[in-house]
Ligand binder design. Sequence first.
Ligand code: PBG
Ligand code: ZN
Length: 333
Amino acid sequence: MKTRKNDSSSFPAVRLRRLRKSPAIRDLLQETRLSVKDLIAPVFVQEGLKKPEGIGSMPDIKRFPLSGLADEVEKISSLGIRGIILFGIPSEKDTRATSAFDDKGIVQKSVETLRKQFGDKMAIITDVCLCQYTTHGHCGIIANGKIDNDSSIDTLAKVAVSHARAGADIVAPSAMMDGQVQAIRKALDEDGQTDVAIMGYSAKQASPLYAPFRDAAHSTPEFGDRRTYQMPFSNSREAMREIETDIEEGADIVMIKPAIPYLDLIYKASKITNLPICAYSVSGEYALIKAAAMEGWVDENSVMTEFLTAIKRAGADMMITYHATKMAHLLNE
Ligand code: PBG
Ligand code: ZN
């Protein structure tokens, strides 16, 4: 047993309990504090929807029609949350993901509406991917039976530019195509969108934890899986290469996803870069907590607080979480 130095060698002079004695002392000593300003709320908007619709595998989360979007974002904003990330669900899909870069597409219209209503009060981030917009549900364009990297990044760049023109502050490419950040930066700059930032979904693991999201966004691949482009969750050096590559390509923020299983990556990333780090606590992480809470097996507020604190403690500067509004309510109490 390790003894602590004092007059008598076995006497425990160091008593960490002294600093845990009361709520007041614990508050003074708290190292990691969550703030509503750390939180980014995901918002699903679906073309052609009449009224908000629940999502079976994500209790309390809804898909919104364009007409209900501003009210929802007003609710988010009134809690003090400063950022949202928008996911669009189009009514038209094709093999080229045409509706993804349509200037009158669902995300483009949403961004325009929100920008008009909220000005600079809310940071608008848009997810830039093709999987909701392709008939096959993959994140890229298919050529010769494969997801073709280089034609996919050309399309992703068009999507990003159309989001920027609509008024997005930050575009977040999530397709995991090589060179996507560079292609988007170049296209944005050529379009004069030099002030639009890029949040790279840098280390996005091929994770079964995205299943509820794919229900919500109608983006389950029709064949195969995403393992030829999303990275293997077994590889941490590869994750760091993904992050380094996005930084070299001009990302302004790097993201790690999912969050809770990959605290090691968040921590490592925070040691190798001074770029801001975002962690995305994904749909499956939310669903796991929710399901256990609904059974009465865990307390939702406590687990939510613990997980988000752990993610921040590991080194995340901001968190995308489906618990954003619930966490904000609790922090505001
Ligand atoms: C689109 C996208 C996905 C998520 C974010 N953007 C799904 C996927 O890659 O299949 C997952 C988010 C979540 O599970 O909450 N590429
Ligand atoms: Zn995708």
